[in-house]
Design a protein around this ligand. Structure first.
Ligand SMILES: Nc1ncnc2c1ncn2[C@@H]1O[C@H](COP(=O)(O)OP(=O)(O)OP(=O)(O)O)[C@@H](O)[C@H]1O
Length: 362
C-alpha cells in the first residue's frame, strides 16, 4: 500500500526563534516543581555485593537523575529543556507527566500538590498532562489502526461516546494535517512525520493542557522537523496549549520556546527567556552548547565547545558538577556547588563567575 510523505518546508534555523511566540498569559502557574529529585537505585550484581562485603570497593548504586529542580510553568508558555544525553531531561519529563513519581520534592498541578490529589483530581491531572515521544514507530501499537490509536483512550475515559469516536478521530486527524480517510490504516503505512502527527493526535484526543514533548522531532528529517515544530506552534495558538519541549539541541528548542532551562547532570544550571539564552548566556555550559550550533555568529565566536564526556550520575563531581569540563573552573568550583542565582528578572544561573564582586574593603 502507498506510504504517505510530507512535503518539504524550509529547514529549522539553528539559533533564534523563527516564529514570534505570543507572550504567555500571566497568573498562577499551571505546573510547579518544588525541589523535585528523582533517584534510581541500581541493582548491584552478585560480584559487586561480594566485593562490597569484603570492603574491596564501595560500589555506589544510586543514580541521581534529577536533583532539586524548581520550576514554574505558566499557562500558554513553551519551556525548552536542554542538555546532553543523560543529563536527566527525560526523567524530569516523566516525573512531570506522572509516569515516574519523584523521590523528593513537590509537584503541583493547577495549584494542587499531586501527592494530595483526590482520585478525580488525579485523573484530571493524568489526562491534562500528555507526553509525546521521540520514536513514533515505537510508541504506536503496530497492530492498531489510527482510529483506535487515537480514539480508544477518549472513549475509555468518557470524553466522547463510542458512537462519536469516528467523527472525533476524523476531527483530530484534520487538526494535525492528516487525511481522515486514512483512519483505517496502520502506523507502518505512514511516513515518519505522519506517524508523529498520529502521536500528536493521540495526545490531543485527551484534551490536555500541557504536553511534554520528549525529543519529539529528533528522529525526523530536518525539513519534516520544521513542519512538526510549526504544527506544535499552530496547535498552541488554536488550543491554548502549554508545552515542555525536551531536546538535546538548543537550536531546535530556540525555534519554539519562550524560556529555556539548561540542565547539567540532573540539575538546572541556567534558566532565561530564549532570546537571553542566545544573546547573553551566563553559564559556561550554556555557552558550550551554543558553540556546538553550526552557525556561529560574532557573539558566540569565542565560546568554547564542550570538552570530554558527561560524568556518571552515579558519581557526580564535587562542587560544581561542570568543573572538570569548564574552561573557567578555579579552586572554589571544585569544592562548593554554586547556587542557582537570580541575575536579572527571569534569568537565573548557577556559576561562581556570575556572582557580583565583593564590595571594596569587605
Ligand atoms: N529507570 C531507570 N533506572 C536507572 N537509571 C535510569 C533510569 N532512567 C534513567 N536513568 C538514568 O538517569 C540518568 C538520566 O537519564 P535521562 O534519560 O533522564 O537523561 P536524558 O537527558 O533524557 O538523556 P537522553 O537524551 O539520552 O534520554 C541517566 O544516567 C540514565 O541512565
Amino acid at each position: 500500500m502507498k506510504t504517505m510523505t510530507d512535503t518539504a518546508t524550509p529547514a529549522i534555523p539553528s539559533a533564534a526563534p523563527a516564529v514570534a511566540a505570543p507572550a504567555p498569559a500571566a497568573g498562577a502557574p499551571l505546573l510547579e516543581l518544588r525541589g523535585i529529585s528523582k533517584r534510581f537505585v541500581q541493582p548491584v550484581d552478585l560480584a559487586g555485593r561480594l566485593a562490597n562485603l569484603l570492603g574491596a570497593r564501595n560500589q555506589p548504586s544510586v543514580v541521581h537523575a534529577v536533583s532539586d529542580v524548581d520550576l514554574q510553568v505558566r499557562p500558554g508558555e513553551v519551556i525548552g529543556v536542554v542538555g546532553e544525553s543523560g543529563c536527566g531531561k527525560s526523567t524530569l519529563g516523566r516525573v512531570i507527566a506522572g509516569i515516574n513519581p519523584p523521590s523528593a520534592g513537590e509537584l503541583r498541578y493547577e495549584g494542587k500538590p499531586v501527592a494530595a490529589m483526590t482520585a478525580a483530581e488525579r485523573k484530571a491531572y493524568g489526562l491534562g498532562v500528555q507526553m509525546i515521544f521521540q520514536n513514533p514507530m515505537a510508541s504506536l501499537n503496530p497492530r492498531m489502526r489510527v482510529l483506535d490509536i487515537v480514539g480508544e483512550a477518549p472513549v475509555v475515559h468518557g470524553l466522547v461516546p463510542a458512537s462519536g469516536k469516528a467523527e472525533y478521530v476524523a476531527g483530530l486527524m484534520r487538526q494535525v494535517g492528516l487525511d481522515p480517510d486514512y483512519a483505517q490504516r496502520y502506523p507502518h503505512q505512514f511516513s515518519g512525520g505522519q506517524r508523529q502527527r498520529i502521536g500528536i493526535a493521540r495526545a490531543l484526543a485527551l484534551k490536555p493542557r500541557l504536553i511534554v514533548c520528549d525529543e519529539a522531532v529528533a528522529a525526523l528529517d530536518v525539513s519534516i522537523q520544521a513542519q512538526i515544530l510549526n504544527l506544535f506552534l499552530e496547535l498552541r495558538e488554536r488550543l491554548s496549549l502549554t508545552y515542555l519541549f525536551i531536546s538535546h539541541n538548543l537550536g531546535v528548542v530556540g525555534h519554539v520556546s519562550d524560556r529555556v532551562v539548561i540542565m547539567y547532570l540532573g540539575r538546572v544550571v541556567e534558566v532565561a527567556p530564549t532570546e537571553v539564552i542566545f544573546s547573553r548566556p551566563a553559564h559556561p555550559y550554556t555557552r558550550a552548547l551554543l558553540a556546538e550550533l553550526p552557525e556561529l555568529d560574532a557573539v558566540r565566536r569565542d565560546y568554547q565547545p564542550i570538552q570530554g564526556e558527561l560524568p556518571s550520575p552515579l558519581r557526580p563531581p564535587s562542587g560544581c558538577a561542570f568543573h572538570p569540563r569548564c574552561p573557567h573552573a578555579f579552586d572554589r568550583c571544585k569544592v562548593e556547588r554554586p547556587e542557582l542565582r537570580r541575575l536579572q528578572d527571569g534569568h537565573l544561573s548557577a556559576c561562581h563567575l556570575n556572582e557580583p564582586p565583593a564590595p571594596a574593603g569587605a
